[in-house]
Design a protein around this ligand. Structure first.
Ligand SMILES: Cc1cc2nc3c(=O)[nH]c(=O)nc-3n(C[C@H](O)[C@H](O)[C@H](O)COP(=O)(O)OP(=O)(O)OC[C@H]3O[C@@H](n4cnc5c(N)ncnc54)[C@H](O)[C@@H]3O)c2cc1C
Ligand code: SF4
Length: 821
């Protein structure tokens, strides 16, 4: 069919409102059926669609306008959308199915979507129309505030809610003296209770703002420009600018004039249809089941329902939303969700930690969370919110609920990675863009995304305020496993420091820093205890720098390394005993079989690295499983660790007709030399007995291919998502040389690669020539590297299972109910 004919049969979809809901609705329609409509979007603002939430960071100087654009001009063009910006729709003719804009443009529609948002409420007090009185809703308002901050000194913000406090924060960062006037006794009273409101007020005052609660505005003073604000008690506060942030009202003017049913907002059903089925409405302008919303999360859900309706997809429709709020003021952690008004049928659980300035309150009814307020430590906000939304019965964790997920779930979630792993697919990760966990993990696995930037551009998760970046990175790491190498950038190690990985390693040696708190103190860490990115890296760097001196820090390890077993998707563990060079014996096999029977282990599998993996072991059974395996002489295979995993071998000259050397025997020797060594990432070795390469040595971190005249040494290979074949390092003549080169290469990698950098990217980053120069050309340097490796191995070749079996860290294995006592 010709293009013009196709265009003719497209229905006309007109959207009024180029804001967050209008454009998201269009995105959702395009996702479902990109060819169904010819789309026209009217926007009253003269610009493309941007993230309104980010106006606060924009005002605070943390973002630029380009950073907060959601859809640029190319998006409209690429999707054939006609954008009419800076021309508000002023009339809807429902009979003729047309809309008319302020400039007189008339456009026909088959379906019309109203997404006109809200209007800021302006107090009807004298002087409210004076120049210098602004609201906080769009880019023009931010521009007005920025201009005022350049010339004026004093700002008054009327309204101590979320928006008012964000405006106050921005203006004070711009150097203004700020006074906040709030009618109610408690700041953010719709989100915070009195205690949290008090802490917030105290913190803002400590930052130099003046906060007047219980204060009512009587008039705005000034002749030609605002000069001050008078309160009903007679106080006058001088001002060069007054920001009104006292609430919003759904923008229903057009809908009302067109005769659509309107309450507080435009009335819609579960499919976002208004009283005229050809007209739908979405976003802050609507009223659904008597509720109007003022946050983005509900709007994402509404847009999905609306798009289903517009593309005739059967769907449940929109069922209303439970919302949560975070204050976007750097350094002040405030979280609130649900209903915390309390009442006779509710129970409160409260935690106050005065020294840390932490206040937490969870409101419970019938063993279910109905509200939560967190101040000072909001890390568990997402967890409480998930329990609230799911209506989960919390009886089992009630006693420890207030201490957060890590404690309530028996310590098993002390690892933030595991906390993210435990979230359900529909748990929201990115609040700014309404992206759920399932959407992110699906995008990663289905579209082969391997970097944070890729996830940002495809899903928009973490593309706005960035506060969910750690969770998105954890999802990358959880979905890709060992194939996620972390973000390989030369930027700081993590948000806790300005130093890069390389700087930190250098300074650990230069300053002789020998403990994690010492590194943090000496290098001015910005957080008290670091985070889940820097702690494991520091732990590794210290282990590598000070063998025998530094004591491993268990709390800085991820769950697999803490428990010396791999956690699997159902929460059980898998256990891999070491089998040197892939060899085993009847005694070992018998011991494994007995363990399988005794502990009802459901699955036994041979791994790609020629070892036996026992799947489905319960956490509390791990020590007993290891005790039995230890008794048969078997030790941990480190299959969970950033460590030497396996040395894979082929049968070699002992059995094979082609083998030129004893590859199995050499593999056993190498594994005996290298096991137990901690590395920046997992490390695999293989030895093949001839160039037929049955052990696949040329996709391993260190590969040996035996040839007639000796041994070819290969480096920097890996399987995984991005397969990389090895580079040939050199050829050597004897087994002794193989051992020395192998030890030297591992030590160079251990000393110079960044944590979570596998050998393949490391070799590419530093270059093969550099490695040849250090290992092949510098005989003395090579010998020293190998010596350092062997020295460090004396401290690390102890079986971690054995010490656990002897009772060390037994608490890690207790069942949940015990650990929560
Ligand atoms: C400073 C600020 C910070 C915020 N922070 C958060 C936060 O942290 N978390 C959160 O969840 N929410 C936050 N919000 C609220 C969030 O931005 C809104 O919920 C969201 O923008 C509502 O989307 P909407 O599309 O319904 O309305 P809008 O995004 O306001 O879009 C409506 C658009 O319609 C246009 N329009 C109106 N009438 C017409 C007409 N007749 N013709 C053409 N165009 C018209 C308007 O100009 C506007 O661009 C914040 C809001 C502000 C202002
Ligand atoms: S690599 Fe060579 S020696 Fe080893 S099993 Fe294969 S053919 Fe035999």
């Amino acid at each position: 069919m010709a293009r013009e004919d196709r265009e003719k049969i497209r229905e006309e979809l007109v959207v009024v409102g180029n804001g967050m809901a209008g454009c998201r609705a269009v995105e959702e329609v395009l996702k479902r059926d990109p060819h169904r409509y010819h789309i026209t979007i009217f926007g009253a603002e003269p610009r493309v669609n941007y993230n309104r939430i980010m106006l606060s960071p924009l005002l605070a100087g943390e973002k630029r306008f380009e950073d907060i654009i959601i859809n640029d001009e190319a998006w409209y063009a690429d999707n054939g959308i006609t954008l009419i910006a800076g021309d508000a729709v002023v009339e809807i003719d429902r009979a003729a199915r047309t809309v008319k804009s302020a400039s007189g443009r008339v456009v026909e529609y088959d379906r019309l979507v109203l997404a006109t948002g809200s209007d800021p409420f302006v107090l009807p007090v004298p002087g409210a129309k004076l120049p210098g009185v602004v609201t906080f809703r769009d880019m023009d308002d931010v521009d007005a505030m920025l201009r005022a901050s350049e010339t004026g000194r004093r700002a008054v913000v009327i309204g101590g809610g979320l928006l008012g406090l964000e405006a106050a924060h921005g203006l004070s960062l711009r150097g203004m003296e700020v006074t906040v006037i709030h009618l109610m006794p408690t700041l953010m009273e719709r989100q915070l209770d009195e205690a949290a409101g008090f802490l917030l007020k105290t913190a803002l005052e400590a930052r130099g703002q003046t906060i007047l609660t219980g204060a009512e505005t009587e008039a705005i003073l000034g002749e030609t420009h605002v000069e001050g604000v008078r309160l009903t008690d007679g106080r006058v506060i001088p001002a060069d600018i007054v920001v009104m942030a006292v609430g919003i009202r759904p923008n229903t003017v057009l809908a009302q004039a067109a005769g659509l049913e309107v309450g507080r907002g435009i009335k819609v059903d579960d499919h976002m249809l208004t009283s005229d089925p050809a007209v739908l409405a979405v976003g802050e302008c609507v009223e659904h089941q008597d509720v109007c919303y003022g946050l983005v999360a509900p709007l994402w859900e509404m847009c999905a329902a609306l798009a289903d309706a517009l593309t005739a997809r059967p769907s449940e429709g929109y069922r209303g939303s439970v919302t949560s709020t975070k204050l976007k003021v750097a350094g002040l952690d405030v979280f609130s969700a649900g209903d915390f008004s309390g009442g006779a049928d509710c129970e409160d659980i409260v935690l106050r930690d005065a020294a840390r300035g932490v206040y937490k309150r969870v409101v419970i009814r019938d063993s279910r969370i109905i509200g939560a307020v967190l101040y000072g430590d909001t890390g568990d906000g997402a967890w409480y919110f998930q329990l609230l939304r799911e209506g989960a019965d919390i009886s089992a964790v009630r006693d420890s609920l207030i201490f957060g997920q890590a404690f309530a779930e028996g310590g098993s979630f002390a690892d933030p990675r595991q906390a993210v792993a435990a979230l359900s697919d529909n748990a929201e990760i990115c609040g700014c863009n309404g992206v759920c966990k399932g959407a992110i993990t699906r995008a990663i696995s289905e579209q082969g995304l391997t970097t944070l930037d890729a996830v940002r551009s495809v899903t928009k998760a973490s593309a706005s305020c960035g506060s969910c970046t750690p969770q998105v990175e954890m999802l990358l790491s959880l979905t890709l496993g060992d194939d996620y190498s972390g973000e390989r950038v030369v930027s700081p190690m993590c948000k806790c420091t300005d130093f890069t990985h390389d700087d930190v390693r250098r300074l650990i040696l230069e300053k002789a820093l020998k403990a994690i708190p010492a590194v943090m103190q000496a290098l001015h860490w910005k957080t008290p205890d670091g985070c889940s990115s820097c702690r494991p890296a520091l732990n590794y760097y210290l282990l590598c720098a000070w063998p025998g001196e530094y004591a491993d820090d268990q709390q800085s390890r991820f769950v697999n390394e803490r428990l010396h077993a791999n956690i699997q998707k159902d929460g059980t563990y898998s256990v891999v005993p070491r089998m040197w060079g892939g060899l085993t014996s009847a005694k070992e096999l018998r011991a494994i079989a007995d363990v399988v029977d005794k502990f009802n282990i459901p699955t036994v599998k041979v791994t790609g690295g020629q070892r036996i993996d026992l799947f489905g072991v319960k956490k509390e059974d791990l020590p007993a499983v290891w005790a039995d395996l230890n008794a048969a002489g078997m030790v941990s295979g480190h299959a969970y660790g950033k460590a030497l995993r396996t040395v894979k071998t082929c049968v070699g000259s002992e059995w094979c007709r082609f083998g030129t050397q004893d590859s199995t025997g050499l593999g056993v020797r190498i594994e005996r030399m290298t096991w137990g060594s901690w590395m920046p990432h997992k490390f695999k070795i293989a030895v093949s007995g001839c160039p037929r390469n049955c052990a696949e040595a040329t996709i391993k971190d260190f590969g040996i291919v035996c040839v007639d005249s000796g041994y070819e040494l290969h480096i920097g290979g890996n399987g995984g998502i991005k397969v990389r074949a090895t580079d040939l390092l050199c050829k050597v003549a004897t087994e002794e040389e193989v051992m020395e080169y192998c030890a030297a290469f591992i030590q160079l990698y251990r000393e110079e690669a960044r944590y979570l950098e596998r050998t393949a990217p490391w070799v590419e980053r530093v270059g093969l020539d550099y490695i040849k120069q250090r290992i092949v050309e510098d005989a003395e340097g090579r010998a020293q590297l190998a010596a350092r490796f062997r020295f460090s191995q004396q401290f690390h070749q102890d079986d971690p299972w054995a010490s656990r079996v002897a009772g060390r860290d037994a608490h890690l294995h207790r069942p949940l109910s015990l650990a929560a006592e």
